[in-house]
Structures are given as structure tokens and as C-alpha cells.
Design a protein around this ligand. Structure first.
Ligand code: ATP
Ligand code: MG
Length: 366
């Protein structure tokens, strides 16, 4: 699956641009503020209906315009095409899949699975647990279609239980404890099964990029598993009423990565941390590609940040081999390193929001 033709209207400083990306590697270079991240943001909007940089869509729409549009022709396999489009005006989201309107962001996410790596991605291993839960849940969402309704039910029941706790409506909690334990246990099962599948793929990916021994990844379920979740909810009742929210359950879960039994984020260098995050994200892509036989795009913004030339070369070689569509940005063309061994890539130059494809004969060393 790859974007064949991409149209961008009014995304930050990009007014109206159309490009024909390669189904493989796409390199985008240009000076600071030329619009490289805006291009990555445009593709991300198309697959996720949100920005990776801000929660305010208004700030992504070009200052002089009222709405932005991103659309693309997607090549599903050698013969089938799909048309995807999104229009955002800061209040409404208009999603079109093959000209049919859709209400659900999840339809877009299934139609165009995206993985993004950008300078703040190291937060996956260095910030609060929410971002790690989202990482796991995105992987499961792409892996098991049955997960999304269960996850939504759990969120709903949790919100209802928390509302009752705030009102101190103790008599009504019994029935919600059962519901929450039921869906919460399922969410936990999905997560632990997913992590078991991801682990060998991840360890294999890590071994390509990092010389670290005794790596491990483990799930923290969000409650003391020596008890059933329902028992824990009953035990916690007094505390939950005092705090006005539910203290135990998969909404508190987390995972951690260790090197020699120490938390990776405490012992590895910053460049290694970025590589670890890249490994986690690429392992997810590999797992989806294995089981669904298709993946959308990998987006890498500011490729050179914190990575030395040797590691950049290793990553590009890997990306070239997995045959997935990739968009990669850097300020200098030389930041991509020696591309003479690569075939069928496209090179784009950005300047003041304009994207120009550059002809680089294959096999040319840059
Ligand atoms: N809503 C907007 N409307 C118009 N221009 C905007 C808007 N938001 C940001 N910009 C401008 O768009 C330009 C491109 O920003 P972008 O972050 O895409 O640059 P970049 O090429 O990724 O730069 P860098 O190399 O520094 O990361 C900047 O000049 C920025 O100020
Ligand atoms: Mg940028």
C-alpha cells in the first residue's frame, strides 16, 4: 500500500502542492522553515485526522485560509486504487474514503496505517505512561479488529465509574465494578498478548541497530495481578472515593524496556534512546506487515537529529529492504548519506512551501 498521488491544500505554509511519491523511499530536504515538517504533518493528517505537533488544528491551517484539505490516491496492490481525503476547518472533520463520507477516524487509520518518528519521539521511553499505552493500543488496533470496541467500552465504563465516585454514589458502584473488571481484564489480555508477539520482533530489530545485551520489555498491568481486577476494585473502594477516581485498572498500565535489568532510559545515551524508540516503532510496522500484508507509510521527520551517519545508513538500508513507503526529511541532501546503492527512490526539494521533485539518476552518489 502506498500513496501514488498526494494533494495538499493550506497545510501551514504549503498552499497548493501535488506530488507523486515513490512507493519506496522519499527524501525531502530543504532549509529550516521551508515546510518539510508541514509535508509530514499533511500525510499524518490524512491517516490520523490529527496533527503530531499540536492539538489545535486551527494552527495547522494556513493563516490566510479557513480550511485545509489533504487527499491522496492510494495504490492498494498492483491493480486496485483507493481515494482518501480529509478536510478540516478547526471545528468539523470531513473524511472521504472512495468518495463516501465517514464519521470515524478509525476508518481512516485502518485505510492508511501510519507510523511516525520525529525529534520528540524519544518521549515514548522518557515521558509519562499515557504515550506508551497509546503506542501499545495503536499496535493492537492494527492487529486485532475486535480490540477497538472493547477498548471503547472500557473507556466508557471507567468514565461512568469515576463520575459515580465523585458523587459518592456507593450503592450503584457494584454493577460498574463488574463491567469494568470484565472489559478491563480483556484490555489487559489484548495488551499482554500483543507484547508477547512484539517482543521477539523487537529484540531482533534491536540487534540490528544496537549493541546492547540483555534487553527486555515488560508490561505493568495497572493493578496487582495477585488479585482479580474486580476484587481490587472492591478493595480500593475507600481510596477511590477519597481520590474521586479509579486507582486500579489497565488505564494505569505501562510497559518498560530494560538493559541488564536497569531501565533503558536511565542507562543508554540519547542517540541510543532514539534508536530504541525507532526499533519499537519499526517492530510494530514489521508485525503489522507480517499479519496484514500491508502497511501505509513510515514518516521520519528530521532524520539526522541525534543519529550519527553509521546509524542513519543502517536505518535507510533496513527501510529500503522492508519495501514500505517512507517519507524522510532533513535540512541537507547530504544528511541522507550515500544513496548510491538504493533504487527507485524519489528526492524532493522544499523551499517556501513549494515541493520540487529532483531527478537523481539511480546509483548516483550524492
Ligand atoms: N498556520 C500556518 N500558516 C502559515 N505558515 C505557517 C503556519 N504554521 C507555521 N507556519 C510556517 O510554516 C513554515 C514551515 O514550517 P515547518 O515546521 O514545516 O518547517 P521545516 O522545514 O520543518 O523547518 P525545520 O527544518 O526548522 O524543522 C515556517 O515558516 C512556519 O513559521
Ligand atoms: Mg521541521
Amino acid at each position: 500500500m502506498s500513496l501514488k498521488r498526494l494533494n495538499i491544500y493550506n497545510v501551514r505554509n504549503i498552499h497548493e502542492q501535488t506530488i507523486n511519491p515513490s512507493p519506496g523511499l522519499n527524501f525531502i530536504f530543504g532549509n529550516n522553515a521551508s515546510g518539510k515538517s508541514a509535508l509530514i504533518e499533511a500525510v499524518f493528517l490524512l491517516g490520523r485526522a490529527k496533527s503530531f505537533r499540536t492539538s489545535s488544528i486551527k494552527s495547522v491551517i494556513n493563516f490566510d485560509q479557513q480550511e485545509l484539505i489533504v487527499s491522496a490516491q492510494i495504490l492498494l496492490d498492483n491493480t486496485q486504487n483507493q481515494h482518501l481525503g480529509i478536510r478540516l476547518d478547526g471545528k468539523n472533520i470531513d473524511i472521504r474514503i472512495n468518495q463516501q463520507a465517514s464519521q470515524n477516524r478509525s476508518d481512516l487509520a485502518y485505510a492508511l496505517p501510519l507510523q511516525i518518528i520525529h525529534p520528540k519521539s524519544f518521549e515514548l521511553l522518557d515521558a509519562g505512561a499515557q504515550i506508551r499505552r497509546e503506542f501499545l493500543d495503536w499496535g493492537i488496533f492494527n492487529h486485532e479488529e475486535s480490540f477497538l470496541p472493547v477498548w471503547r467500552k472500557y473507556k466508557k465504563v471507567l468514565a461512568q465509574r469515576n463520575a459515580l465516585l465523585k458523587e459518592k454514589a456507593v450503592s450503584q458502584l457494584d454493577v460498574w465494578n463488574k463491567e469494568m473488571a470484565n472489559y478491563g481484564t480483556l484490555v489487559d489480555q489484548y495488551r499482554s498478548q500483543y507484547l508477547e508477539k512484539l517482543k521477539p520482533v523487537l529484540l531482533n530489530t534491536i540487534s540490528r541497530f544496537l549493541d546492547l545485551s540483555h534487553m527486555d520489555i515488560s508490561l505493568l498491568p495497572g493493578w496487582d495481578k495477585s488479585k482479580l481486577l474486580e476484587e481490587k476494585l472492591i478493595d480500593d473502594l475507600e481510596k477511590d472515593i477519597r481520590y474521586g477516581f479509579t486507582n486500579s485498572g489497565p488505564h494505569r498500565s505501562d510497559f518498560y524496556v530494560t538493559v541488564n535489568n536497569r531501565l533503558a532510559k536511565d542507562v543508554v545515551s540519547r542517540g541510543q534512546l532514539k534508536l530504541l524508540v525507532i526499533c519499537l516503532k519499526l517492530a510494530q510496522v514489521e508485525l503489522i506487515s507480517k499479519e496484514r500484508d500491508k502497511f501505509g507509510c513510515i514518516l521520519i521527520d528530521d532524520f539526522a537529529a541525534e543519529l550519527d551517519m553509521e546509524n542513519r545508513a543502517k536505518i535507510l538500508f533496513y527501510l529500503h529492504k522492508i519495501q514500505c513507503q517512507v517519507f524522510i526529511t532533513a535540512t541537507e541532501i547530504g544528511d541522507f548519506g550515500d544513496l548510491s546503492g538504493f533504487e527507485n527512490y524519489n528526492m524532493f526539494h522544499m523551499e517556501h512551501g513549494q515541493i520540487d521533485q529532483i531527478n537523481v539518476p539511480c546509483g548516483t552518489s550524492l
